[in-house]
Design a protein around this ligand. Sequence first.
Ligand code: PNS
Length: 171
Amino acid sequence: MKKALYPGSFDPITFGHLDILERATHLFSEVVVTVAVNRMKKTVFTADERVEMIRSCLDDKSWKNQVTVDKFEGLLVDHAHRHQVNTLIRGVRQVSDFEYEFRMALMNRKLGKDIDTVFLMPREELTFISASLVREVAYWGGDLSQFVPEHVARQLADRQYYKNQNSGNSN
Ligand code: PNS
């Protein structure tokens, strides 16, 4: 019985994240997806909305019983210790991701000597997807169906529409 923590901003969760999550369920008996609450970072969705969105993504997955979703604020290693977990999962899409991920993994291991990070690669055709690009496509009203599940696309489109309507900015 090995448990791992899959942390991230998930603003919003994408098909890339879901691919990593499924791969993690093949390696670990239990995976906790944990949404970072970062009051310094402006997000499209609140942490609670992101948690709910992720939970809804699991409905049709055969591996859903292996996954729980929560949120955390503060240091990730502290949250890992609260869960009595010493393995973190992170997705690496391309070499350029690796430098940041490598520094973060080493910092987390400094902060918690027992904490190791396992890097997983998504399916090649998902490697270009990032939450920030998805937000940008959503902002301009592009088709999101290849990047995020339908309910996520709907919520993103609604949120962007609402923002655009209320921005009062015609530039
Ligand atoms: O999806 P993201 O934005 O790349 O996730 C980054 C995240 C949330 C995992 C990272 O910023 C994090 O762990 N934040 C919590 C604060 C912390 O523990 N920082 C020290 C690790 S370098």
